[in-house]
Design a protein around this ligand. Structure first.
Ligand SMILES: NC(=O)c1ccc[n+]([C@@H]2O[C@H](COP(=O)([O-])OP(=O)(O)OC[C@H]3O[C@@H](n4cnc5c(N)ncnc54)[C@H](O)[C@@H]3O)[C@@H](O)[C@H]2O)c1
Length: 443
């Protein structure tokens, strides 16, 4: 098939590249000319394992191209994906402005029948809105092209995006007509050969499915974080509790890690956006509000514990911050808990010496105004003369460093393990004072 992807960010670039790798001819379009220039000159705009190689192969074989010119690629296209951002508005609702602008641009450029698939995560009724905008724009052009708008939410995880796109647990298609359904079934047929379901449902059910999935996952995380706080106070170990409940087949092990709260470009904004959907539809969002509140508190838990450990006196101290990305294997720092910790400590007058294997460039851009942040070349540089280490992102590279060297170069060997990555006894044997999440701590 011939495919256009409007919006070449995380989702658009992965979607376009993976569809090209399945033999389709794909143009990824974006209004950000810098992004397109980087991709056209053989560079890459995001860090995502396996993606660069796929881009190289598919551009070489001329199945994948990048452009700012929508009219150029949409003329002979069968399916046009909308994968632009839906950032939170001031009230927490998803800002649909970019989706609507993309729909209008598509309608201005299209030259024949087209299926428009909305991949962005959007509030209920957005696909109806997109259909209205396209119809109005075509009418104003005096054009009578037929089109179908389908909802096709994306469930990939950053850090495993290529794998997730190529091996989806399920594909959800929200569609109100048979032409749109058939086109999407053909497009995705290779992705569901392994027997995973392609679920057809109404557009609104599909839009709700995406929000409900993220709300469910965020709820599990906040529940475990709340239980972890209790564990700290009652002398239980949340890691044992996780195993104890995760072994129950009704519960399962995934998304039961206690930590420093969820971040990233999806959970925080999607939980808030769904709460706003509830408000606007005269429904309730009691649980979602609590999930969000627990997460906000959890992001500050470790920084508050650091301040408490030093009896409120952190001014002028130096803390090593390991990890800036909101999770490993990505350079995405949007809503990263590391940033909340960094802000809390530097506001209190401390210096934070940070290192992340992939997110340094993004972090430097965002934190250039903060003269209390020092960017190190590796973790060993972060710990020189440091009062404590704070582990914020569980990168594999942080698992087994030379702890002897680290302990020797620190002022005080204390480690705050925000991801329960280390074994407390082992860390104490290395000479650290250890504090995890929900595993008790002594001072
Ligand atoms: N990032 C994820 O892990 C993930 C996973 C599932 C779903 N989603 C959803 O997918 C959508 C996109 O997310 P993302 O992380 O890829 O965002 P992103 O910010 O990385 O990319 C969005 C891109 O859209 C471009 N854009 C904006 N308006 C445009 C227009 N009118 N025409 C062409 N391009 C335009 C921007 O320049 C940007 O490059 C969001 O709704 C998000 O919630 C994201």
């Amino acid at each position: 098939m011939r495919i256009t992807v409007v919006g070449t960010g995380y989702v658009g670039l992965v979607t376009g590249t993976c569809l090209a790798d399945m033999g389709n001819t794909v143009s990824c379009q974006d209004i950000d000319s810098h992004k397109i220039d980087v991709l056209n000159s053989g560079g890459i705009t995001i860090y995502e394992p396996g993606l660069e190689e796929l881009i190289r192969r598919n551009t070489r074989d001329e199945r994948l191209s990048f452009t700012t010119n929508l009219a150029e690629c949409i003329t002979y296209c069968d399916v046009c994906f909308i994968a632009v951002g839906t950032p939170p508005d001031e009230d927490g609702s998803a800002d649909r402005r970019y989706v609507i602008a993309a729909a209008k641009a598509i309608a201005e450029a299209m030259q024949g029948p087209l299926v428009i698939a909305v991949k962005s995560t959007v509030p209920l009724g957005t696909c109806d809105m997109v259909a209205d905008v396209i119809q109005e724009t075509l009418d104003s052009r005096g054009a009578s092209h037929t089109f179908q708008v389908v909802s096709n939410p994306e469930f990939l995880k950053e850090g495993k995006a290529v794998h997730d796109f190529m091996n989806p647990d399920r594909i959800v298609i929200g569609v109100d007509d048979p032409v749109g359904a058939r086109t999407m079934q053909v497009l995705y047929s290779d992705f569901v050969r392994n027997g995973r379901p392609l679920l057809l449902m109404s557009r609104r059910s599909s839009e709700m499915t995406k929000y409900a999935a993220n709300a469910m996952l965020a709820t599990r995380i906040s529940l475990m974080n709340e239980i972890a706080r209790m564990c700290d106070n009652v002398g239980a170990d949340v890691m044992s509790v996780r195993k104890g409940i995760g072994s129950d087949s009704r519960i399962g092990m995934s998304f039961l890690y206690a930590g420093i709260g969820y971040g990233g470009s999806c959970f925080p904004k999607d939980v808030k956006a769904l709460a706003q959907v509830a408000l606007e539809s005269d429904s309730t969002s009691n649980l979602l509000d609590a999930v969000e509140q627990v997460n906000r508190q959890q992001k500050l838990l470790l920084a508050n514990r650091v301040v408490e450990r030093f009896k409120g006196d952190v001014k002028g101290r130096k803390f090593a911050l390991w990890g800036l990305a909101f999770k490993p294997n990505t350079d995405d720092i949007r809503e990263a808990p590391a940033l909340a910790i960094l802000k809390r400590l530097t506001n209190a007058g401390a210096f934070v010496c940070a290192y992340d294997p992939e997110a340094m460039e993004n972090a430097k851009k965002m934190l250039s105004h903060n003269d209390k942040v020092i960017f190190a070349k590796d973790i060993y540089e972060t710990v020189e003369g440091a009062d404590a280490i704070i582990l914020a992102t569980e990168w594999g590279a942080f698992r087994n460093p030379d702890f002897k060297r680290i302990v020797e170069s620190m002022k005080t060997p204390i480690i705050f393990d925000g991801r329960n990555q280390y074994d407390p006894e082992e860390m104490e044997a290395h000479g650290f004072q250890y504090s995890g999440i929900g595993r008790g701590y002594k001072w």
